[in-house]
Design a protein around this ligand. Structure first.
Ligand code: KDG
Length: 333
Protein backbone atom coordinates (compact mmCIF):
# COMPACT_ATOMS: atom_id res chain seq x y z
CA UNK A 1 0.00 0.00 0.00
CA UNK A 2 2.91 2.35 0.80
CA UNK A 3 4.37 1.79 -2.67
CA UNK A 4 0.97 2.42 -4.22
CA UNK A 5 0.58 5.59 -2.14
CA UNK A 6 4.00 6.86 -3.27
CA UNK A 7 3.05 5.96 -6.84
CA UNK A 8 -0.23 7.87 -6.53
CA UNK A 9 1.66 10.94 -5.35
CA UNK A 10 4.04 10.72 -8.30
CA UNK A 11 1.21 10.32 -10.78
CA UNK A 12 -1.09 12.96 -9.35
CA UNK A 13 1.63 15.63 -9.66
CA UNK A 14 0.39 18.17 -12.16
CA UNK A 15 -3.10 16.76 -12.08
CA UNK A 16 -6.00 16.59 -9.65
CA UNK A 17 -7.65 13.40 -8.52
CA UNK A 18 -11.24 14.59 -8.90
CA UNK A 19 -14.17 12.48 -7.85
CA UNK A 20 -16.57 14.38 -10.04
CA UNK A 21 -16.47 15.18 -13.71
CA UNK A 22 -18.71 14.75 -16.69
CA UNK A 23 -19.69 11.91 -18.98
CA UNK A 24 -17.76 8.71 -18.52
CA UNK A 25 -15.78 9.67 -15.37
CA UNK A 26 -15.60 7.11 -12.66
CA UNK A 27 -17.52 8.41 -9.67
CA UNK A 28 -18.02 4.90 -8.33
CA UNK A 29 -21.62 4.92 -9.56
CA UNK A 30 -21.50 3.90 -13.25
CA UNK A 31 -19.03 1.42 -14.78
CA UNK A 32 -16.09 3.09 -16.50
CA UNK A 33 -14.97 1.30 -19.67
CA UNK A 34 -11.24 0.77 -19.99
CA UNK A 35 -10.18 -0.39 -23.48
CA UNK A 36 -6.73 -1.98 -23.61
CA UNK A 37 -4.93 -1.81 -26.98
CA UNK A 38 -1.98 -3.97 -28.08
CA UNK A 39 -0.23 -4.77 -31.32
CA UNK A 40 0.36 -8.43 -30.62
CA UNK A 41 -2.42 -10.99 -31.02
CA UNK A 42 -4.65 -13.07 -28.74
CA UNK A 43 -2.02 -15.82 -28.42
CA UNK A 44 0.46 -13.40 -26.89
CA UNK A 45 1.62 -13.12 -23.28
CA UNK A 46 0.42 -9.49 -23.43
CA UNK A 47 -3.10 -10.72 -24.13
CA UNK A 48 -2.83 -13.29 -21.32
CA UNK A 49 -1.64 -10.54 -19.00
CA UNK A 50 -4.50 -8.27 -20.02
CA UNK A 51 -7.02 -11.03 -19.28
CA UNK A 52 -5.40 -11.50 -15.85
CA UNK A 53 -5.54 -7.72 -15.27
CA UNK A 54 -9.25 -7.73 -16.15
CA UNK A 55 -9.91 -10.66 -13.79
CA UNK A 56 -8.08 -9.02 -10.89
CA UNK A 57 -9.71 -5.59 -11.30
CA UNK A 58 -13.19 -7.04 -11.74
CA UNK A 59 -12.67 -9.22 -8.66
CA UNK A 60 -11.95 -6.10 -6.57
CA UNK A 61 -14.51 -3.60 -7.88
CA UNK A 62 -17.61 -3.27 -10.06
CA UNK A 63 -16.49 0.19 -11.20
CA UNK A 64 -14.85 -0.89 -14.46
CA UNK A 65 -15.75 -2.66 -17.68
CA UNK A 66 -12.45 -3.80 -19.23
CA UNK A 67 -12.26 -4.55 -22.97
CA UNK A 68 -9.16 -6.02 -24.66
CA UNK A 69 -8.29 -5.16 -28.28
CA UNK A 70 -5.35 -7.14 -29.78
CA UNK A 71 -3.57 -7.08 -33.19
CA UNK A 72 -3.61 -3.28 -33.46
CA UNK A 73 -7.44 -3.37 -33.87
CA UNK A 74 -7.77 0.14 -32.40
CA UNK A 75 -4.35 1.63 -33.33
CA UNK A 76 -0.65 0.85 -33.59
CA UNK A 77 1.47 1.52 -30.52
CA UNK A 78 2.46 5.05 -31.43
CA UNK A 79 -1.09 6.02 -32.43
CA UNK A 80 -2.52 4.44 -29.28
CA UNK A 81 -0.08 6.40 -27.09
CA UNK A 82 -1.21 9.63 -28.77
CA UNK A 83 -4.85 8.65 -28.12
CA UNK A 84 -4.08 8.12 -24.42
CA UNK A 85 -2.58 11.60 -24.29
CA UNK A 86 -5.79 12.99 -25.79
CA UNK A 87 -8.00 10.87 -23.57
CA UNK A 88 -9.68 9.18 -26.57
CA UNK A 89 -8.34 5.76 -25.53
CA UNK A 90 -7.78 4.48 -22.00
CA UNK A 91 -4.93 1.91 -22.06
CA UNK A 92 -2.21 0.45 -24.27
CA UNK A 93 0.59 -2.11 -23.83
CA UNK A 94 3.44 -0.86 -26.07
CA UNK A 95 7.10 -1.60 -26.20
CA UNK A 96 9.14 1.16 -24.57
CA UNK A 97 10.66 1.88 -27.99
CA UNK A 98 7.76 3.90 -29.48
CA UNK A 99 7.53 5.79 -26.15
CA UNK A 100 10.94 7.31 -27.00
CA UNK A 101 9.16 9.51 -29.55
CA UNK A 102 7.44 11.17 -26.59
CA UNK A 103 10.03 10.75 -23.80
CA UNK A 104 13.64 10.41 -25.06
CA UNK A 105 14.83 8.99 -21.73
CA UNK A 106 13.06 5.70 -22.53
CA UNK A 107 15.66 5.15 -25.23
CA UNK A 108 17.87 3.74 -22.49
CA UNK A 109 16.05 0.42 -22.97
CA UNK A 110 16.99 0.37 -26.67
CA UNK A 111 20.72 0.50 -25.97
CA UNK A 112 22.02 -2.77 -27.41
CA UNK A 113 23.62 -5.57 -25.43
CA UNK A 114 22.94 -3.96 -22.04
CA UNK A 115 20.29 -6.05 -20.21
CA UNK A 116 21.43 -9.60 -21.02
CA UNK A 117 19.35 -11.83 -18.76
CA UNK A 118 15.92 -11.97 -17.12
CA UNK A 119 17.23 -11.58 -13.56
CA UNK A 120 18.88 -8.28 -14.51
CA UNK A 121 15.72 -7.15 -16.31
CA UNK A 122 13.62 -7.74 -13.19
CA UNK A 123 16.21 -6.05 -10.96
CA UNK A 124 16.33 -2.91 -13.13
CA UNK A 125 12.59 -2.61 -13.82
CA UNK A 126 11.30 -3.53 -10.36
CA UNK A 127 13.84 -1.37 -8.53
CA UNK A 128 14.28 2.38 -8.03
CA UNK A 129 15.39 2.93 -11.63
CA UNK A 130 12.19 1.42 -12.98
CA UNK A 131 10.13 3.56 -10.59
CA UNK A 132 12.04 6.66 -11.72
CA UNK A 133 11.32 5.89 -15.38
CA UNK A 134 7.60 5.36 -14.70
CA UNK A 135 7.59 8.74 -12.99
CA UNK A 136 8.62 10.44 -16.25
CA UNK A 137 5.37 9.45 -17.95
CA UNK A 138 3.07 11.86 -16.07
CA UNK A 139 4.46 14.91 -17.91
CA UNK A 140 3.25 13.33 -21.17
CA UNK A 141 -0.26 12.69 -19.82
CA UNK A 142 0.53 9.00 -19.36
CA UNK A 143 0.52 6.77 -16.29
CA UNK A 144 2.74 3.67 -16.25
CA UNK A 145 0.84 1.18 -14.08
CA UNK A 146 3.46 -1.56 -14.40
CA UNK A 147 6.38 -3.07 -16.31
CA UNK A 148 5.41 -6.02 -18.44
CA UNK A 149 7.70 -7.96 -20.78
CA UNK A 150 8.27 -8.20 -24.50
CA UNK A 151 11.69 -9.80 -24.13
CA UNK A 152 14.98 -10.48 -25.85
CA UNK A 153 14.91 -9.58 -29.51
CA UNK A 154 16.25 -11.97 -32.16
CA UNK A 155 16.67 -11.63 -35.91
CA UNK A 156 14.81 -13.52 -38.64
CA UNK A 157 15.14 -13.13 -42.40
CA UNK A 158 14.17 -14.75 -45.70
CA UNK A 159 17.51 -14.50 -47.53
CA UNK A 160 20.29 -16.51 -45.83
CA UNK A 161 21.65 -17.61 -42.44
CA UNK A 162 23.04 -14.77 -40.31
CA UNK A 163 26.02 -15.94 -38.25
CA UNK A 164 28.43 -13.06 -38.78
CA UNK A 165 28.33 -9.29 -39.16
CA UNK A 166 29.10 -9.72 -42.86
CA UNK A 167 25.90 -11.78 -43.26
CA UNK A 168 23.88 -8.66 -42.38
CA UNK A 169 25.21 -6.61 -45.27
CA UNK A 170 22.34 -4.98 -47.16
CA UNK A 171 19.58 -7.00 -45.46
CA UNK A 172 16.33 -4.98 -45.42
CA UNK A 173 15.39 -5.25 -41.73
CA UNK A 174 12.19 -3.81 -40.28
CA UNK A 175 12.65 -2.03 -36.98
CA UNK A 176 10.25 -0.39 -34.56
CA UNK A 177 9.72 3.34 -35.08
CA UNK A 178 12.77 4.20 -33.03
CA UNK A 179 15.96 5.93 -34.21
CA UNK A 180 18.25 3.98 -31.91
CA UNK A 181 17.16 0.69 -33.47
CA UNK A 182 17.55 2.19 -36.95
CA UNK A 183 21.08 3.37 -36.19
CA UNK A 184 22.02 0.06 -34.60
CA UNK A 185 21.21 -1.95 -37.72
CA UNK A 186 22.86 0.63 -39.98
CA UNK A 187 26.04 0.33 -37.88
CA UNK A 188 25.86 -3.45 -38.32
CA UNK A 189 25.69 -3.04 -42.11
CA UNK A 190 22.00 -3.80 -42.64
CA UNK A 191 19.41 -1.64 -44.42
CA UNK A 192 16.73 -0.91 -41.74
CA UNK A 193 13.19 0.43 -42.28
CA UNK A 194 10.89 1.64 -39.45
CA UNK A 195 7.38 0.16 -39.56
CA UNK A 196 4.40 -0.38 -37.28
CA UNK A 197 4.09 -3.93 -35.98
CA UNK A 198 0.69 -4.38 -37.64
CA UNK A 199 2.19 -3.95 -41.13
CA UNK A 200 5.04 -6.37 -40.55
CA UNK A 201 3.63 -9.74 -41.63
CA UNK A 202 2.35 -8.52 -45.02
CA UNK A 203 5.59 -6.61 -45.69
CA UNK A 204 7.58 -9.78 -45.03
CA UNK A 205 5.14 -11.81 -47.16
CA UNK A 206 5.43 -9.37 -50.07
CA UNK A 207 9.22 -9.20 -49.80
CA UNK A 208 9.13 -5.44 -49.14
CA UNK A 209 11.55 -6.24 -46.33
CA UNK A 210 13.82 -9.25 -45.82
CA UNK A 211 13.69 -9.59 -42.06
CA UNK A 212 12.67 -8.35 -38.66
CA UNK A 213 13.67 -8.70 -35.03
CA UNK A 214 11.42 -9.65 -32.13
CA UNK A 215 11.32 -12.08 -29.20
CA UNK A 216 10.76 -15.71 -30.17
CA UNK A 217 7.21 -15.74 -28.77
CA UNK A 218 6.20 -12.79 -30.97
CA UNK A 219 7.92 -14.36 -33.98
CA UNK A 220 6.08 -17.66 -33.48
CA UNK A 221 2.70 -16.35 -32.37
CA UNK A 222 2.64 -13.78 -35.18
CA UNK A 223 3.40 -16.64 -37.61
CA UNK A 224 6.43 -14.88 -39.06
CA UNK A 225 7.89 -18.35 -39.63
CA UNK A 226 5.44 -18.67 -42.55
CA UNK A 227 7.26 -15.86 -44.37
CA UNK A 228 10.81 -16.24 -43.00
CA UNK A 229 13.46 -18.95 -43.43
CA UNK A 230 16.27 -18.14 -41.01
CA UNK A 231 16.46 -17.19 -37.32
CA UNK A 232 19.56 -16.08 -35.36
CA UNK A 233 19.93 -15.80 -31.59
CA UNK A 234 21.22 -12.23 -31.62
CA UNK A 235 19.59 -11.22 -28.28
CA UNK A 236 20.62 -7.71 -29.23
CA UNK A 237 18.08 -5.78 -27.11
CA UNK A 238 15.78 -6.57 -24.14
CA UNK A 239 12.49 -4.70 -24.67
CA UNK A 240 10.11 -4.06 -21.76
CA UNK A 241 6.40 -3.61 -22.32
CA UNK A 242 4.54 -0.88 -20.40
CA UNK A 243 0.98 -1.11 -19.11
CA UNK A 244 -0.03 2.48 -19.82
CA UNK A 245 -3.17 4.36 -18.73
CA UNK A 246 -4.26 7.78 -19.94
CA UNK A 247 -3.55 10.36 -17.24
CA UNK A 248 -6.81 12.08 -18.18
CA UNK A 249 -8.57 8.89 -17.04
CA UNK A 250 -6.31 8.47 -14.00
CA UNK A 251 -7.06 11.97 -12.75
CA UNK A 252 -10.79 11.22 -12.80
CA UNK A 253 -10.47 8.11 -10.61
CA UNK A 254 -10.77 7.93 -6.86
CA UNK A 255 -7.58 7.08 -4.90
CA UNK A 256 -9.07 3.68 -4.13
CA UNK A 257 -9.67 2.97 -7.83
CA UNK A 258 -6.13 4.15 -8.65
CA UNK A 259 -4.65 1.70 -6.13
CA UNK A 260 -6.77 -1.15 -7.53
CA UNK A 261 -5.54 -0.50 -11.10
CA UNK A 262 -1.92 -0.07 -9.98
CA UNK A 263 -1.86 -3.25 -7.87
CA UNK A 264 -3.70 -5.26 -10.55
CA UNK A 265 -1.21 -4.03 -13.17
CA UNK A 266 1.77 -5.13 -11.09
CA UNK A 267 0.24 -8.53 -10.24
CA UNK A 268 -0.81 -9.17 -13.85
CA UNK A 269 2.67 -8.06 -14.94
CA UNK A 270 4.30 -10.78 -12.86
CA UNK A 271 2.00 -13.29 -14.55
CA UNK A 272 2.74 -11.78 -17.97
CA UNK A 273 6.51 -12.17 -17.48
CA UNK A 274 6.07 -15.79 -16.36
CA UNK A 275 3.95 -16.62 -19.41
CA UNK A 276 6.31 -14.70 -21.69
CA UNK A 277 9.35 -16.63 -20.50
CA UNK A 278 7.60 -19.97 -20.90
CA UNK A 279 6.30 -19.01 -24.34
CA UNK A 280 9.69 -17.77 -25.53
CA UNK A 281 11.37 -21.05 -24.59
CA UNK A 282 8.63 -23.11 -26.25
CA UNK A 283 8.49 -20.84 -29.31
CA UNK A 284 12.22 -21.21 -30.00
CA UNK A 285 11.87 -24.99 -30.09
CA UNK A 286 8.90 -24.72 -32.45
CA UNK A 287 10.71 -22.23 -34.70
CA UNK A 288 13.66 -24.61 -34.98
CA UNK A 289 11.28 -27.14 -36.57
CA UNK A 290 10.67 -24.90 -39.59
CA UNK A 291 13.42 -22.27 -39.69
CA UNK A 292 17.18 -22.67 -40.02
CA UNK A 293 18.52 -21.67 -36.60
CA UNK A 294 21.92 -19.95 -36.35
CA UNK A 295 23.82 -19.31 -33.15
CA UNK A 296 26.04 -16.24 -32.94
CA UNK A 297 29.42 -17.36 -31.55
CA UNK A 298 30.85 -15.48 -28.52
CA UNK A 299 33.66 -14.19 -30.72
CA UNK A 300 31.24 -12.92 -33.36
CA UNK A 301 28.99 -11.44 -30.68
CA UNK A 302 31.93 -9.33 -29.54
CA UNK A 303 32.16 -7.92 -33.08
CA UNK A 304 28.43 -7.11 -32.99
CA UNK A 305 28.95 -5.31 -29.65
CA UNK A 306 31.96 -3.33 -30.89
CA UNK A 307 30.03 -2.13 -33.93
CA UNK A 308 27.06 -1.27 -31.69
CA UNK A 309 29.14 0.80 -29.25
CA UNK A 310 29.02 4.04 -31.33
CA UNK A 311 25.21 3.87 -31.19
CA UNK A 312 25.36 3.83 -27.39
CA UNK A 313 27.75 6.80 -27.37
CA UNK A 314 25.73 8.68 -29.98
CA UNK A 315 22.47 8.52 -27.99
CA UNK A 316 23.88 8.88 -24.49
CA UNK A 317 23.39 12.65 -24.47
CA UNK A 318 19.99 12.51 -26.19
CA UNK A 319 18.69 9.99 -23.64
CA UNK A 320 20.44 11.83 -20.80
CA UNK A 321 23.92 10.89 -19.61
CA UNK A 322 22.65 10.71 -16.03
CA UNK A 323 19.88 8.27 -16.96
CA UNK A 324 22.29 6.10 -18.96
CA UNK A 325 24.87 6.05 -16.15
CA UNK A 326 22.19 5.16 -13.57
CA UNK A 327 20.86 2.42 -15.85
CA UNK A 328 24.32 0.93 -16.36
CA UNK A 329 25.01 1.05 -12.61
CA UNK A 330 21.72 -0.76 -11.87
CA UNK A 331 22.65 -3.43 -14.42
CA UNK A 332 26.13 -3.84 -12.90
CA UNK A 333 24.85 -4.19 -9.30
O1 KDG B 1 1.77 -4.35 -28.75
C1 KDG B 1 3.16 -4.41 -28.84
C2 KDG B 1 3.57 -4.45 -30.30
O2 KDG B 1 2.84 -3.52 -31.02
C3 KDG B 1 5.02 -4.13 -30.51
O3 KDG B 1 5.50 -3.21 -29.59
C4 KDG B 1 5.86 -5.35 -30.46
O4 KDG B 1 8.19 -5.37 -30.23
C5 KDG B 1 7.26 -5.08 -30.94
C6 KDG B 1 7.51 -4.54 -32.29
O5 KDG B 1 8.45 -5.07 -32.91
O6 KDG B 1 6.82 -3.61 -32.74
Amino acid sequence: VLVAALFLTACSSGGTSTKTGSGNESSGKGKRTLRISMGVNEESPSYAGAVKFKEIVESKTDDFNIEIYHSSQLADDRGAIEMLQLGTLEMVIPSTSPVVNFIPEFGVFDLPFTITNEETADKVLDGPFGDKMLGLLAAQDLVGLAWWENGFRNLTNSKHPVETVEDLKGLKIRTMENEIHLDLWKSLGANPTPMAFGELFVSLQQGVIDGQENPYASIYQSKFYEVQKYVSDTNHVYTPFLLLLSKKVWDELTPEQQVILKEAGVEAGKYNRQVNREDNAESLEKLKETLTFSEISPEELERFKQLAQPTIEKYKDKIGAGIVDEYMKEIAK
